[in-house]
Design a protein around this ligand. Structure first.
Ligand code: SF4
Length: 184
């Protein structure tokens, strides 16, 4: 079991890769329990903070699958720095709905969106080197790095996230029984 001992405030990092931020919204659905959580953890890199890179952390929560080179970079940064890394939501667990593009040809998708789609005049596929290159397929994050825990759901409920985190913070193996465990 990857339990997290707590004699100090723990550091928690979160990120959204090929996600929709819905899992972060579900995280915020713990509502006033967020105040209780803040008694026990402090945030590192997260869409909720202004910290740009992930430092040494106890827990990392990753929303979204892997769809481009930048996602791989961020995921590897999280794996290097987080003792316990958690895939949160269907996209991180199995690619989710964005992986529906996996049976399509990426080049043809880009052409349709940027060149031939309705209403496009003089379109161009974006080619600025600042932009991360898309991957041919969308991948679940466990295909790139080792993951310690998976929380299914699109998104998981705030109650499920709270149960999972408090189990972990209290040194218990996280367990989501019915009805907290769902996949939709
Ligand atoms: S699992 Fe659902 S809610 Fe979470 S990032 Fe993916 S699409 Fe959004």
């Amino acid at each position: 079991m990857n339990a997290v001992p707590q004699s100090r405030k723990l550091r928690l990092a979160t990120t959204s890769l090929a996600g929709c931020f819905g899992c972060h919204m579900a995280f915020l659905d713990i509502d006033e329990r967020l105040l209780e959580l803040l008694e026990r953890v402090e945030f590192d890199r997260s869409p909720l903070t202004d910290i740009k890179t992930c430092g040494p952390c106890d827990i990392g929560l990753v929303e979204g699958g892997i769809c481009n080179a930048e996602n791989i970079h961020v995921l590897q940064e999280f794996r290097r720095n987080c003792k316990v890394l958690i895939a949160i939501g269907a996209c991180a667990v199995n690619g989710g709905l964005p992986a529906q593009r996996n049976h399509l040809d990426l080049g043809r998708c880009l052409q349709e969106v940027y060149l031939t789609g309705p209403g496009i005049v003089n379109g161009q596929v974006p080619n600025d080197p600042e932009l991360p290159l898309p991957l041919d397929k969308v991948h679940p994050i466990h295909e790139i790095v080792r993951i310690d825990y998976f929380i299914p759901g699109c998104p998981p409920s705030g109650d499920a996230i709270w149960k999972f985190l408090t189990d972990l913070l209290d040194g218990r193996t996280p367990r989501l029984g019915h009805p907290l465990l769902h996949f939709d």
